[in-house]
Write a protein that binds this ligand. Structure first.
Ligand code: NOJ
Ligand code: NOJ
Ligand code: CA
Length: 715
């Protein structure tokens, strides 16, 4: 590369760092973030006054020996550790559900007291838990936390669990309050606020009806199709937005009515900027509901935690020492299934599985796995304490032993520094947040992959073998010719490489030996170039919904943004981020492009324009027969929400559920106030499509609340 280009790229690099706003991009573009997951009760006790509040006295264990009681951590504690987090390169925290939780002790099978210290038993979704905030359940400590986080360039994601309230057969029997006013409980439920079905078990975990409508672990299952519950949960989410929450980690999305969640996402995005990802628990891409999971992610506006990749990461870096192909296969599979795979949230461990060091007590492997999630595709999420090598191996280290108290806050550990460096690289080189990911060299112990976003390139080489170095010959890269030092400056034993010019994006790397137990990171930032879009968020919305476009080279002078051929109204513009209003155009999928003030047009990115605000409507079609095992009834109709008359598995709405065969039903997200045309179709196991006969059904969607429509299959 000539000297001038080098100088230009150095200047561009300087400018792009200089222009990076302190608190980063809007939450709607989350790809540049590094998330840190905190179990609030187990992080830091910043205020002992809230440890044993009167309304729920006796749930605190000062000795920290009963793992199922509160141990004192709180929102003030997180706030006090903000500079520790910022110094680590954390740019977003995901905190335990902060809402007011179960007030009573429910003894376990052995008679020991337990409490909802984890936050997953909400009783009042409009107030803050007294153990985390203060005895009046006010928002003060939450507000202070958000302010401190934002001052440190850190976003706040709350864990949101609207699937259920508290345990349905003990304690408070699912009782729910609306900002202190009693709404109802599970045992006496005249309004039908809850579903009264058995616990999910056995094959039920893979059954679309049971996963959504049965009970999760005795937790009172909320009926979100009831207008009161629908409005209550949406109001709670909005309250968190008003109090500055930047995003939501939605609990148990496989178990919440799927169609309703599309309307929850729409409600949040209609109110404002946010990032949503959910917990769709699954083992891998061969899970029976894997197809449903990516259809949901592609249509709902809710991204998800990458459980298939998590399984592969634990297999590859863990004790089973699986070959790197296990990871590579998941990355390619998901790339072809997920429309926005760069939005998937990647992780090594969390509060529901043994910590990595409990399954493999090997810091080298932990560092390699961390380097992997921090540089591979997706938004990395690090479980609190990982950077302090925290683990307790009792009972294999599973829940609750994966939730010890934070042992200390050292800023000198390798894991802490590694996270900081790679977080900086994510903000410096767009190949990490936005780039494609391709394998360049692989064997069972070595994985060399390249991230590439236009001319920006990051090449990563991991050798996980503890004793054997490998000679790496025949490696090609898109890195331009030159010598590249290890970006990690040897933190994980990396080295430098020399690249010479080749053709077609395949520049040969001189043969070198990749030492045992090392990670090397090499990167290149290109000079001036056309505008490049790497992100759009949300991925769908009706006219007026604010859309954030992330990327680079947009310039500092406002240009234009087009949805297809329609120009959208720009509300803010910077070299790396643009905000526009969704234009008033016919519903459907649009290619969004940015034209800079000089007239140069970017690449395009897909966005779905919805017809109107979304309302959950439950569609029932009776007597849809005959069907064989593997055949399903789907809904299709005349708007993008209804699939625009698509007859494919991914395009139509469904599959529908049939707890009372041959009647089928499905809750779907449809446009408020619109008179929609629709029909039901059968998609047979072999893909053959059968339309019901007759004219289209017609229904006017309510302008608020929830809706129900029942018809008979037309023969
Ligand atoms: C998944 C959460 O991650 C887990 O910890 C919780 O117990 C269940 N959902 C129920 O809310
Ligand atoms: C084609 C189908 O054959 C018909 O039954 C359906 O009503 C229309 N699409 C939608 O107008
Ligand atoms: Ca406390």
């Amino acid at each position: 590369m000539c000297k001038l280009t080098r100088r230009l790229s150095a200047i561009t690099l300087f400018l792009s760092i200089f222009f990076q706003p302190l608190s980063g991009a809007l939450a709607a573009d989350f790809k540049r973030e590094v998330i840190y997951q905190i179990i609030t009760d187990r992080f830091f006790d910043g205020n002992s006054a809230n440890n044993n509040p009167s309304q729920s006295a006796g749930l605190y264990d000062a000795t920290k020996t009963n793992w199922r009681l509160y141990w004192g951590g709180d929102l003030q504690g997180i706030q006090q550790k903000m500079s520790y987090l910022a110094g680590m390169g954390v740019t977003a925290i995901w905190i335990s559900p902060p809402v007011d939780n179960l007030n009573t002790n429910i003894p376990d099978g052995g008679g020991n007291p337990t409490a909802s210290y984890h936050g997953y038993q909400g009783r009042d979704f409009k107030r803050i838990e007294e153990h985390f905030g203060n005895a009046s359940n006010s928002w003060t400590d939450f507000d202070n936390l958000v302010t401190a986080a934002h001052q440190n360039g850190i976003k706040v994601i709350i864990d949101f669990a609207p699937n259920h309230t508290t345990q349905n057969n003990a304690g408070e029997f699912g009782a729910l309050y609306d900002n202190g006013v009693f709404l109802g409980n599970y045992t006496s439920d005249p309004n039908g606020y809850y579903h009264h079905n058995p616990n999910i078990s056995g094959g039920g975990w893979d059954d679309r009806y049971q996963t959504q409508y049965y009970t999760l672990f005795d937790l009172a299952d909320v009926n979100q199709e009831h207008p009161t519950m629908d409005a209550y949960m949406k109001a709670s989410a909005q309250l968190f937005q008003q109090h500055g929450a930047d995003g939501f980690r939605i609990d148990a999305i496989k178990h919440l009515t799927w169609g309703w969640q599309y309307t929850l996402a729409n409600s949040i995005y209609t109110y404002g900027n946010s990032f949503l990802f959910g917990e769709w628990y699954q083992g891998g891409t061969s899970d029976p509901l894997y197809h449903d999971s990516y259809k949901y992610a592609n249509k709902s506006g809710i991204s998800m935690l990458d459980f298939p990749l998590n399984t592969a990461i634990r297999n590859v870096f863990g004790p089973s020492n699986a070959a790197f192909s296990a990871i590579d296969t998941v990355i390619s599979q998901e790339a072809s299934n997920f429309t926005w795979d760069e939005d998937l949230v990647t992780f090594i461990d969390n509060h529901d599985m043994a910590r990595f060091l409990s399954i493999n007590n090997n810091n080298n492997r932990l560092h390699q796995a961390m380097a992997f999630i921090l540089t591979s595709r997706g938004i990395p999420c690090i479980y609190y304490g990982t950077e302090q090598y925290l683990h307790n191996d009792t009972a294999g280290g599973t829940d609750p032993y994966n939730r010890p108290m934070m042992p200390g806050f050292s800023t000198s550990t390798t894991a802490y520094q590694l996270t900081n460096k790679l977080s900086t690289l994510r903000r410096t080189n767009t190949a990490i947040p936005y780039g494609s990911m391709s394998q360049r060299w692989i064997n069972s112990d070595v994985y060399i992959y390249e991230r590439k976003f236009f001319g920006n390139v990051v090449l990563v080489a991991i050798n996980k073998n503890g004793s054997t170095g490998y000679s790496i010959g025949g490696l090609n890269t898109s890195l331009p010719a030159g010598t590249y030092a290890d970006y990690l400056t040897g933190l994980l034993g990396g080295l430098s490489i020399t690249v010479s010019s080749g053709s077609g994006g395949n520049n040969p790397v001189s043969t070198f030996t990749l030492p045992a137990n090392t990670v090397s990171v090499w990167h290149f930032v290109e000079g001036a170039a056309a505008p490049q879009i790497g992100s759009i968020g949300p991925t769908l919305g009706q006219a007026g919904v604010k859309v954030t476009i992330g990327g680079k080279n947009f310039g500092s002078t406002t240009g234009t943004v087009k949805f297809g051929t329609t120009t959208a109204t720009v509300t803010s513009w910077s070299p790396t981020q643009i905000v526009v209003n969704t234009p008033s155009v016919t519903n459907g999928n649009y290619n969004v492009t940015v034209t800079n003030s000089g007239g140069t047009v970017s690449n395009g990115i897909q966005y779905t324009v919805l017809t109107a605000k979304q309302i959950p409507v439950t569609f029932t079609v009776n007597n849809a027969t005959p069907t064989q095992v593997g055949d399903y009834i789907f809904l299709t109709g005349n708007t993008v929400e209804l699939g625009n008359w698509s007859t494919t598995w991914d395009g139509a709405v469904g599959p529908m559920l049939t707890p009372n065969y041959p009647n089928w039903f499905l809750n779907a997200s449809v446009p408020a106030g619109q008179t929609i045309q629709f029909k039901f179709i059968k998609i047979a196991a072999n893909g053959a499509v059968t339309w019901e006969a007759g004219s289209n059904h017609q229904y006017t969607v309510p302008t608020s609340g929830t809706g129900f429509v029942t018809v008979n299959w037309q023969y």
